[in-house]
Structure formats: C-alpha cells, structure tokens
Design a protein around this ligand. Structure first.
Ligand SMILES: [Zn+2]
Length: 196
C-alpha cells in the first residue's frame, strides 16, 4: 500500500491524501479494473514516444509533422495538449509545425513553468530560424495567463508572437469547437505586442 501511495503521490497535482484516496479506490476495485489501469500505463509507455522536437505524442521520434518537408518549419503553433494538434489538423488550414506544452500554468495547482515543455520551446526559437510563434492556448483563465507568460519570454528572445483569433468561445477547449471556428481562428490570428 505504501509503495503505491508513494508512486501515486509523485504524480503532478496529487498530494499524499489524494494518493491515499486513489489507493483505497483501487483496493475496492476489481482486480480487472485495477490491472486495466496498470496495463494502460504500461502500453502507453512502451508503444508511444514523445517527439524530441515538438513534444507531440507519436509512434516515431521525431514525429511525422516535424519531418514533413511540405510544412513550414519557421512557424510554430504552441498548444496545450497533443489532442489540440489533432483538432487543428482537421481544419487543413495550418502548414507550420507545432510545440506541445503538456498543460498550462496553474499556480494554484502548483503547475509552474518548469513543469511544462517551455524551456525546449525557448531553445527552439533561439537556436533555429523561427519567424513566428502562434499561441494556441485554450481561451481559459489559465490559458490566457500562460499565453501572457510565453509572449513575454518569446519577445525577449526576439521572435514575432501572435495568438489565435478570439472567435473561440471563452472557456471552450479547442477540441469542443467546430472546424470552421478553429480555421477562422488560425487565419485571423492577432499579433501580440511586447509589453512596454
Ligand atoms: Zn514533432
């Protein structure tokens, strides 16, 4: 029991009490249910890779988007989750590459810049010839806060920053809006100016 609680307690956002609640839940669950979780974690780690370039989840590293020579490697669209890329790709409107943060800043939940895939993004814009970074964070309070933080860092690195247009309904996640709205948001993206 202690071993499991220790492992669960290492997960982001889970303190020891939450870890204990999950452990008790698993204790009461059927063996089948509990092992389904274990095998999902096992398969997830053995079958999937993280693209070393953009942080997307893929079956090859680097991923097929990063290695697609038809795409513009000088434009990076920053998203929170791999699922956002799937949605954006359905619009067929975007021909640049991506960068996946794996979440957003959330000081209340203890999620800080160091917990996200931010440092590799800054490294990309300083070591590669990047023309524009488009921020495609979700239109939520945390997404906005993360966008402001990133814009600041990216401006300091001397790169043009824009964000998806505000046709997106406030509070919506990218995977719940229609293709058309998402396509408009890419086409009508707004430049983000450096703060004075
Ligand atoms: Zn990639």
């Amino acid at each position: 029991m202690n071993r499991l609680v220790d492992q669960l307690g290492r997960l982001p956002g889970l303190g020891r009490r939450s870890a204990q609640r999950i452990a008790f839940f698993l204790l009461k669950s059927s063996t089948e249910e509990a092992l389904a979780l274990a095998s999902a974690i096992h398969d997830f780690k053995t079958d999937l890779k993280i693209c070393g370039q953009c942080g997307n989840v893929a079956d090859v590293n680097p991923c097929s988007i990063c290695t697609d020579t038809q795409r513009d490697p000088q434009t990076i669209l920053v998203v929170e989750h791999p699922g956002d890329i799937v949605q954006l790709e359905t619009t067929g409107q975007y021909r640049g590459v991506y960068h996946v943060l794996m979440g957003h800043l959330s000081p209340l939940d203890g999620i800080r810049a160091g917990d996200l895939n931010i440092e590799p993004l800054l490294e990309r814009v300083t070591t590669q010839d990047i023309q524009e970074v488009i921020l495609g964070l979700h239109p939520t309070q945390e997404g906005d806060g993360t966008a402001m933080y990133l814009a600041d860092q990216l401006h300091a690195a001397g790169v043009n920053v824009s964000r998806l247009a505000r046709g997106l309904p406030v509070g919506a996640s990218l995977d719940s809006v229609s293709k058309a709205v998402l396509g408009d948001a890419i086409a009508g993206r707004n430049p983000m100016n450096a703060m004075q």
